[in-house]
Each structure stands twice: as structure tokens, then as C-alpha cells.
Ligand binder design. Structure first.
Ligand code: NCD
Length: 306
């Protein structure tokens, strides 16, 4: 069945992933050879971003415009009818009359499903609260696949806020389909990975360990870090307690490490000196966001490139 609505990384089976990656490589060729195309010149994309965003918003804008599509957008609740008390369902229903596909970043867990149900056009979840970020998981897995040539037989370390990082949640869901994978979660005790995620990974045969000490870094192939999700802490003192304690420096990186990723923004979780290492892949990862999002827009609008 063709992908029409992307609300969760649970929809990203290995065949779907392979198709998206193949389209993304074609999009990269287009960007490098001609910069843009008119594949979606007759389409209008609606971007509804009610939470802060730089990379996801700009890479979707860049993707839409490189494909020749027009854009309508809402950025932040301040200037919209949400301020007047309009429901998410009503707002999305209206926006879906103005465009051919909606991309939405929404503040609460579960909002993506509500919005997708209300939309009469294809829908993409660009992050719903602390729940999921499926397009980021595509960017991440595409980057691992391009840089290491495989998504199987890899040991991952995830830090440092697996409880609240939607990027880590979606990425683990996608990766857990591959063979011979291990996940080591490193976080303060209060920010351990949610039990539903750990259960699901274990049920799929993933080796899972959890530790509170950065010094316990085992022998990862990939280190995937994301900042402590400051805006999601119910108790700010907890954020202040840990913000400088969990920071990766070059000396702490085990020799086994082949790639370091971060969905960005980087705040305190990676020391600046790490940027000089060839295995620091996070800026290349951000660049891949445009190709993946071009692929998604084309595929969800039934315009995959032959
Ligand atoms: C992530 C997000 O918004 O969840 N950023 C992104 O989309 N690249 C990670 C984060 O904000 O920490």
C-alpha cells in the first residue's frame, strides 16, 4: 500500500525504508546536478509548525521549493487562531483545504494522529511533543546506511535523554527491525528510556543495556546523542542538575566508534572539539534532511521518480 500519511516510525518497514532511500538518492542527484525541478510545480504544501524548529522547518521548505511546490505556513501559535481557542482538528481541516499535503509539528504527544485524522490530504508528522519524530528517524537511518553501508550488525549508544527525546524513540523503533543490533542507553536515572520502548526493543530481539555513567560507554559503532530536552522537564532543577554532567569529549570516545550522530540542535551534549573528527557526522546528517524530505513529499503525492 502506498504511504499516504506518516504519523509514526512504526509505519516504516524495511521495504518502505528502501524505497524512501532510493528516492532520496535520486533527489540528491537532482540537487547536485540542477538544484531544483518542477516535479511538484502544481502542488501546494502546508507547513503547520506550532513548536520551535530550525532544521525540520527549513529542510521541508527547501525540499518543497527544490521540487517546485508552493508553500503556505504557520509558525508558532502566537499569530494564529489557536490563540482564539480553535481546536487542532478544526484548524487542520481548514488548512487541508488550502494545500495538497500538510507537514505539522505539534506540541503534544498524540497530536499527530488527531491532525492526520482531521486532514483530507496526505499528512506528515514533523514531531509531536515528546512522542515521535518519524522523518528524523529516516534522516538518521539514511545517514547510517550511506556512511557505514549497512543497518545490520551494529552496536548503538543512545544518550542522554532517552525518556523525552522523540528522535531517539522513532529511531529505535525503525532500527529494531534489523538483524544483530544492540542498544546501550546512557542517561541520568530519572531520564531512562520509556518502558514501552525498552519492552518493544527486547521483544524484537535487540540487546538492551542501560547505564547512568558516561564512563560505561561500551564498544559502540554509532553514538547517537540528543540534548536534554529542556522544554519538556516538569522540574527545571532536574535539567540544571544534569546539563553539564553528560557531555561527550574526544577522550571519551571508544576506538570502536565509526559514526557520531545528533539530530541537533547541539547544546551541551557534545564538546566542540568532537566536530574536528571525521566520525562526527551530525552536520552531514542535517544536510541529508533535504533529500529525505524531498523523497517523502514526492512519494506521498504519488510522484515518486521512476
Ligand atoms: C529534534 C526535535 O525537534 O525533536 N530536532 C530536530 O528536529 N532536528 C531534536 C531536538 O530538538 O533536540
Amino acid at each position: 500500500m502506498p504511504l499516504e500519511r506518516l504519523t509514526s516510525a512504526r509505519q516504516l518497514s524495511i521495504p518502505v525504508l528502501n524505497e524512501i532511500f532510493s528516492q532520496a538518492r535520486k533527489m540528491r542527484d537532482i540537487c547536485k546536478s540542477q538544484g531544483r525541478t518542477n516535479l511538484l510545480a502544481d502542488k501546494m504544501i502546508g507547513l503547520v509548525f506550532l513548536e520551535p524548529s530550525s532544521r525540520t522547518l527549513l529542510s521541508f521548505q527547501s525540499a518543497a521549493q527544490r521540487l517546485g511546490a508552493g508553500i503556505v505556513f504557520i509558525q508558532g501559535v502566537g499569530s494564529t487562531s489557536f490563540e482564539k481557542g480553535e481546536s487542532l482538528s478544526d484548524a487542520i481541516r481548514v488548512v487541508s483545504g488550502y494545500c495538497d499535503l500538510i507537514v505539522a509539528r505539534l506540541p503534544k504527544s498524540g497530536d499527530a494522529q488527531i491532525a492526520s485524522d482531521a486532514s483530507s490530504v496526505p499528512f506528515i508528522n514533523a514531531g509531536d511533543g515528546g512522542n515521535e519524530h518519524p522523518t528524523q528517524s529516516l534522516v538518521d537511518t539514511f545517514t547510517v546506511s550511506e556512511e557505514l553501508g549497512t543497518l545490520s550488525n551494529l552496536q548503538y549508544t543512545f544518550g542522554f535523554d532517552p525518556l523525552q527525546s522523540r528522535s531517539i524513540h522513532s529511531l529505535c523503533l525503525v532500527l529494531s527491525q534489523f538483524d544483530n543490533i544492540g542498544f546501550d542507553f546512557i542517561s541520568p536515572p530519572e531520564l531512562r528510556a520509556p518502558s514501552w520502548l525498552v519492552e518493544q526493543c527486547k521483544n524484537r530481539g535487540i540487546r538492551v543495556t542501560e547505564s547512568a555513567r558516561l564512563a560505561d560507554l561500551k564498544n559502540p559503532d554509532v553514538i547517537y546523542l540528543n540534548r536534554l530536552q529542556e522544554e519538556r522537564f516538569p522540574d527545571r532543577s532536574l535539567f540544571e542538575k544534569y546539563r553539564y554532567e553528560y557531555r561527550l569529549t574526544p577522550e571519551q570516545i571508544p576506538a570502536s566508534t565509526r559514526l557520531i550522530l545528533d539530530p541537533l540542535p547541539r547544546v551541551d551534549e557534545i564538546a566542540l572539539e568532537v566536530d574536528q573528527l571525521p566520525i562526527a557526522g551530525y552536520f552531514r546528517q542535517a544536510q541529508n534532511g533535504v533529500y529525505i524530505r524531498m523523497a517523502l513529499l514526492a512519494m506521498l503525492l504519488g510522484r515518486a521518480i521512476a
